[in-house]
Write a protein that binds this ligand. Structure first.
Ligand SMILES: *Cc1c(COP(=O)(O)O)cnc(C)c1O
Length: 390
């Protein structure tokens, strides 16, 4: 199909929840795509932080294909080798004790919310169910996770939302101290708010949250759906601040492009969710897990070092581009504030000129494949520089 036919068909039949860029991506290699008409694009999006090894990675494809040749799905009533391997590898490499696999970031956070509420119920009974999240956070699109999301515009239309959520201002430790009373079972936060504009949560605030949670037996949850799996130059971003949560959720990058999420926890609450209390038909699919094993095996110290170096290289260059006010982020999670131009308009122009790039609120955002090459980076940056100079 050519572009016009693809677009017309999709626009006619899909619910109109997304404003698509006017491009149909057809194939590619690493961080370089071809569209349906054969035009080339450099990819600074990785499918919103998902394709950590870009597209068409040989090793990942081979791992997935090998599992497809065996069995694609069994349900969680039976053991399979890739699921066992992915669970062991993820727990060992991340420093957590147990994991529940699911299919998305929102599902991983749903699991974290249920886990926190049951942990508290088991110990203290009814009434200690409140989850404190941060203003400007993003935790997903299900009813529970949009309730947890601390942005007003997500709290329209779908009333009534869930009871038992409260929002704290990131940075105000005194307020957090007051909010964490006997009705609270968990605090959830992102180390770097992704959808909120690539904003780092301060180390002092994260440390204070850890201290309050420890004192009051409140569970600390880090939502690493976007920051996880090497994105910030560490396997998980909590390592960049040295504060370990009780529960860590991740998704986007973990399956390398197949739908997959994970809710990890420490020993403390590792046996809270018992048979019958939580489950998923698709979660921990053996094909997705085979891909995750390949991803996790290859993200070693040298790989993470290269992620940090590429991120520094990009930030240094972009800081000198015309119309750039500030460049933020860690590793290959990069936010750019512009002086005059609107981020959305710049992203649209970049797309026309051969660069796929994201926005987050008023900022431009880059989440390139972690395997992006320097020639690909340079080609993408030259498009961005040209668009910013227009
Ligand atoms: C993307 C994202 C989610 C939601 O993940 P889905 O897979 O879209 O459900 C949750 N939290 C954060 C921090 C995210 O970036």
């Amino acid at each position: 199909m050519h572009f016009e036919e693809i677009k017309q068909t999709a626009d006619r039949y899909l619910m109109p929840t997304y404003a698509h860029f006017p491009v149909a991506l057809a194939e590619g290699h690493n961080a370089t795509y071809l569209d349906s008409e054969g035009k080339e694009y450099i990819d600074f999006t990785a499918g919103i932080g998902v394709n950590v090894f870009g597209v068409n990675d040989e090793g990942w494809k081979n791992a997935v294909k090998a599992q497809l040749d065996k069995v694609q799905h069994t349900s969680n009533l039976y053991y399979t080798e890739p699921v066992a391997k992915a669970a062991k590898l993820l727990c060992e490499k991340s420093g957590f004790d147990r994991v529940l696999f699911c299919n998305s970031g929102a599902e991983a956070n749903e699991c974290a919310i249920k886990l926190a509420r049951k942990y508290s119920f088991d110990r203290y009974g009814e009434g200690r169910y409140k989850i404190v999240s941060l203003v400007n956070s993003f935790h997903g699109r299900t009813i529970a996770t949009i309730t947890a999301t601390g942005q007003e515009h997500y709290h329209e239309f779908f009333t009534p939302f869930l009871e038992g959520f409260a929002y704290a201002d990131a940075g105000d430790t005194q307020e957090l101290d007051k909010m964490l009373d006997k009705s609270v079972c968990a605090v959830i936060m992102e180390i770097i708010q992704g959808e909120g504009g690539v904003l780092e949560t301060s180390k002092a605030y994260i440390e204070a949250a850890r201290k309050f949670c420890d004192e009051r037996d409140i569970l600390l949850i880090f939502d690493e759906v976007q920051t996880g799996v090497g994105r910030t130059g560490k396997l998980f971003a909590w390592e960049t601040v040295g504060v370990k949560p009780d529960i860590l959720t991740t998704a986007k990058g973990i399956g390398g492009g197949l739908p997959m999420g994970a809710c990890l926890c420490t020993e403390k609450c590792g046996e809270t969710l018992t048979p019958g209390t939580h489950g998923t038909t698709f979660g921990g699919n053996p094909v997705a897990c085979a891909g995750a094993v390949e991803i996790l095996n290859r993200i070693d110290d040298a790989f993470l070092q290269s992620v940090r170096e590429k991120g520094d290289y990009i930030r240094e260059k972009v800081a000198q581009f015309p119309g750039v006010k500030a460049v933020r982020g860690k590793g290959l999670m990069i936010g750019i504030d512009l002086t005059d131009k609107k981020a959305g308009a710049v992203a649209t122009r970049c797309c026309e000129a051969g660069l796929l790039i994201l926005t987050a609120k008023e900022a431009l955002r880059m989440l390139p494949p972690l395997t992006i090459t320097y020639p690909e980076i340079d080609q993408g940056l030259s498009v961005l520089e040209k668009v910013l100079a227009e």
